[in-house]
Design a protein around this ligand. Structure first.
Ligand SMILES: NC(=O)c1ccc[n+]([C@@H]2O[C@H](COP(=O)([O-])OP(=O)(O)OC[C@H]3O[C@@H](n4cnc5c(N)ncnc54)[C@H](OP(=O)(O)O)[C@@H]3O)[C@@H](O)[C@H]2O)c1
Length: 352
């Protein structure tokens, strides 16, 4: 692929995934970045952001129809709906609207990278085959990733551009106001437990604490997406992308307790959505005491996401063999990742 300066159009720029991709590519000499989202991302030095509603085809045409210099599209926009079947239509529509507006005018388009996840394999449905491989057959739909990939595969036929897809799990990284962010779930839960004088307990069952789990650092994910979007071998291929290690939550809580200077106690399953619903005043008192940035409690953490992580009593493991064989060899120790990200959140006055 060409070594000339590339132009990345990144959809989902305020999300935990997209924000870190924007920061990564924006820091590189050989990339120009155009960030897309409705809200403006809080990223220092970002030169080009377009506020667009991807659900609105007229807005997409108006705002994006002139982006003829785009060489790479990174698609990390996402809309949540209560039911999995209800997610298909809007998530497909946003991708279609973007591609319909940009692809016909971007004559130098080289690549479209899709953001998927381990839900491709049905980890949200119950126990599934592990380690999950990219060649595993799909589960019973609906699954909006399938619809999005089908659309891109069809659209790519007879075109010079190629596509790829990343399948991360439990993305964790620095992002403000993005509730689907694992490090925030852990850090805010620990800080509230401490403020209430409680020991740090795993909030899932003992079986959940013991099951094998995996996560993806948002910086590693950004580097992996850049790699697959620019490496010829990766054309038209999906890749699992995780830190490359696996862990059991039961072994991490004592480390987290040390970090937050707390005692530990055995796991106790709670419904975080219900139990944390009335904890805004506790958090606000913590924020005042430590002079933290004012972020509304509801924007800090989506506790439903915490319940999603701390409920399964089965292993969640994706095989990283394919990415390694194709040349992406970066690994991150997940325990180190959490501790580094806690430090980063502290430095930015997000957590005590
Ligand atoms: N977070 C994880 O742990 C994780 C794990 C595996 C896979 N994934 C996948 O990664 C993808 C991105 O997830 P995420 O966690 O980064 O999501 P997120 O934090 O909720 O971000 C979603 C992004 O989409 C944008 N967006 C939503 N509706 C939009 C609209 N109508 N027009 C324009 N932009 C819109 C949002 O921006 P505005 O609201 O500012 O418009 C935001 O930038 C999803 O496919 C998700 O399934 C995430």
């Amino acid at each position: 692929m060409s070594r000339a300066k590339k132009t990345a159009l990144i959809a989902g720029a305020t999300g935990v995934v997209g924000r870190n991709l924007v920061q990564h590519l924006d820091s590189r000499e050989d990339w120009q970045v155009i960030a897309l989202s409705r809200r403006t991302p809080d990223i220092e030095g970002l030169e080009q952001h377009i506020s667009v509603d991807l659900l609105d085809p007229a807005d997409c045409d108006k705002q994006l129809g002139g982006l003829n210099k785009v060489t790479h599209i990174f698609y990390a926009a996402y809309v949540e709906r209560p039911g999995w079947h209800e997610m298909v239509e809007p998530n497909l529509r946003m991708l279609v609207n973007l591609v319909d507006a940009v692809e016909p005018v971007a004559n130098g388009l080289q690549h479209i990278n899709l953001m998927q996840g381990t839900k491709w394999y049905g980890n949200h449905l119950g126990p599934f085959k592990t380690p999950a491989k990219e060649t595993d057959p799909p589960h019973m739909p609906p699954n909006f990733y399938y619809d999005q990939q089908r659309f891109i595969v069809k659209r790519q036929k007879d075109k010079t551009w190629t596509w790829s897809a990343a399948r991360p799990h439990g993305v964790s990284g620095f992002a403000i106001g993005n509730p689907m962010n694992l490090v925030m779930v852990v850090a805010v839960y620990a800080s509230i437990s401490k403020a209430l004088g409680l020991p740090l307990r795993h909030p899932g069952s003992r079986a959940n604490a013991h099951a094998l789990y995996q996560v993806t650092d948002s910086g590693l994910l950004a580097r992996a997406c850049t790699w697959m979007a620019t490496e010829d071998k990766c054309a038209n291929e999906p890749f699992n992308i995780t830190n490359g290690d696996i862990f059991r939550w039961e072994n991490l809580w004592p480390i987290f307790a040390d970090y937050f200077e707390m005692k530990t106690a055995p796991a106790q399953k709670i419904n975080l959505t219900r139990m944390m619903a009335d904890k805004a005043p506790v958090w606000e008192a913590v924020a005042r005491q430590y002079g933290l940035r004012k972020i509304p409690y509801t924007d800090l953490v989506r506790w439903e996401y915490g319940d999603f992580v701390f409920t399964p009593e089965y292993d969640i493991i994706s095989s990283m063999t394919k990415a390694r064989q194709f040349g992406f060899t970066e690994v991150i120790d997940s325990q180190d990742m959490f501790l580094r990200q806690f430090d980063e959140l502290r430095e930015h006055k997000i957590i005590p």
